[in-house]
Design a protein around this ligand. Structure first.
Ligand code: UD1
Length: 370
């Protein structure tokens, strides 16, 4: 069975790593890796291949940056002839980025079955580009692999037949559990001159938080205030960096002596820092899940989350985007008022194994029938 796995952006890489590794363990599977090139910088792409041991992509479509419509269109144009040439039995897409929806669209139009890993998550906020990507990808996928019970409910509500839905756990957590010890051995806090457990980590890249000067300015005020209480490490995403320079915020950020600004970090470096942080403030999706497993208090700088299990069972708290509310929540954490979570069901490091087992049983079964 030939399986084309499509990746494009940074968070796809942590999700595809355990899947491709598992596919390589099964003799009858022929995994092919296609990178769309949505992310292309060394520290947004290559470093993850190296650190996570992902085989180099067999094909790179090199689409690069552009508007969302342009990006999706470029993947459609470049991927269609490649899939026609490769003629795979299945296409696997992961997560919710533009490359995910584009990969699913091309495959489904060519009549190739599509598997979506991390299906069914919903923020119910259609202003988020990822939400549209999720809804469209799920509607045209044939195998929907879910990571938390809310996803199954969402898919059922949208009329997806039960036999297409498989609750398998979280592939991102497979990767975290595999690499946690290695990341710990890097001694990341000390590399930044920090004391383990005595610094905050922040990340920010959602268009709603960084593409508006007022919103971004408000977030910076939070970080500048927080760094008067404890050191704050801020690895800056390229989208955010561009906005900081466009709107003249760089000086403000640099003048805050306890705010440590760094380039985007590799997977192991970031994991090493996250694991020992007093708290993380973020608008990322994946970090809410990682913080839950690492039992690090997570303040999510958004008004909604597509990952409600991290709130119901994990360390995550939605604190919105108002600076006062965020700072109040951060102060509570500093005073030791933290949520105690527990590990969500099936976030046990074996999600990729379950997915590949389903693919072998179901897809191979369909092929034999045909
Ligand atoms: C994308 C995903 C988002 C994910 C995020 C993780 C979509 C709609 N969004 O957002 O869900 O959480 O990746 O990082 O797919 N850039 C570089 N170098 C790179 C890549 C991007 O400099 O390697 C810059 C470019 O200026 C680009 C901007 O970052 O225009 C944004 O990149 P893009 O891929 O469009 O979206 P992200 O904000 O990264």
């Amino acid at each position: 069975m030939k399986i084309v796995n499509v990746v494009g952006a940074r968070p796809n890489l942590m999700k595809i790593a355990p899947l491709v590794a598992e596919m390589h363990r099964v003799p009858d599977l022929e995994p092919v890796l296609v990178h769309t090139g949505q992310h292309y910088d060394q520290n947004m792409s290559r470093v993850f291949f190296e650190e996570l041991g992902i085989p180099l992509a067999d094909y790179n479509l090199e689409i690069g940056s552009g508007t969302h419509a342009w990006q999706i269109a470029q993947v459609l144009l470049a991927l269609e002839p490649l899939l026609q040439k490769l003629s795979p039995d299945l296409v696997v897409v992961v997560g919710d980025v533009n490359s995910t929806v584009a990969g699913a669209l091309v495959a489904s139009r060519l009549g190739i079955p599509v598997a979506h890993v991390e299906a069914g998550l919903r923020s119910f906020d259609r202003t988020m580009p990822e939400e549209i990507n999720r809804v469209v990808t799920d509607a045209i996928s044939d195998y929907l692999f879910t990571s938390e019970p809310s996803a199954n409910e969402n898919l059922r509500r949208e009329g997806i037949p039960e036999e297409k839905i498989f609750f398998v756990g979280n592939v991102m957590i497979d990767t975290l559990l595999t690499h946690r010890d290695r990341a710990g051995r890097l001694g990341m806090p000390r590399r930044f001159g920090l004391t383990p457990g005595d610094y905050a980590l922040v990340t920010l890249h959602r268009p709603s938080n960084v593409d508006d000067p007022e919103a971004l300015g408000g977030m910076l005020e939070v970080f500048v205030d927080l760094q008067t209480r404890l050191p704050v490490v801020f690895p800056v995403h390229p989208r955010t960096w561009r906005r900081l320079s466009d709107w003249g915020f760089v000086e403000r950020v640099r003048s805050a002596g306890n705010l440590i600004i760094v380039e985007p970090l590799g997977y192991l470096e970031f994991l090493g820092l996250l694991a020992q942080a007093r708290m993380v403030l973020t608008d990322s999706g994946g970090i809410q899940e990682e913080a839950t497993i690492l039992e690090v208090p997570c303040l999510t700088l958004r008004n909604n989350t597509e990952r409600p299990v991290t709130i119901a069972e994990g360390t995550n708290e939605l604190v919105g985007t108002s600076p006062e509310r965020i700072l109040t929540a951060a102060r509570r954490v500093l005073h030791g008022e933290v949520k105690n979570g527990h590990r969500p069901d099936l976030w046990d490091g074996r999600a990729a194994e379950r997915i590949v087992r389903v693919l072998c049983d179901r897809v191979a079964g369909q092929l034999l029938k045909a």
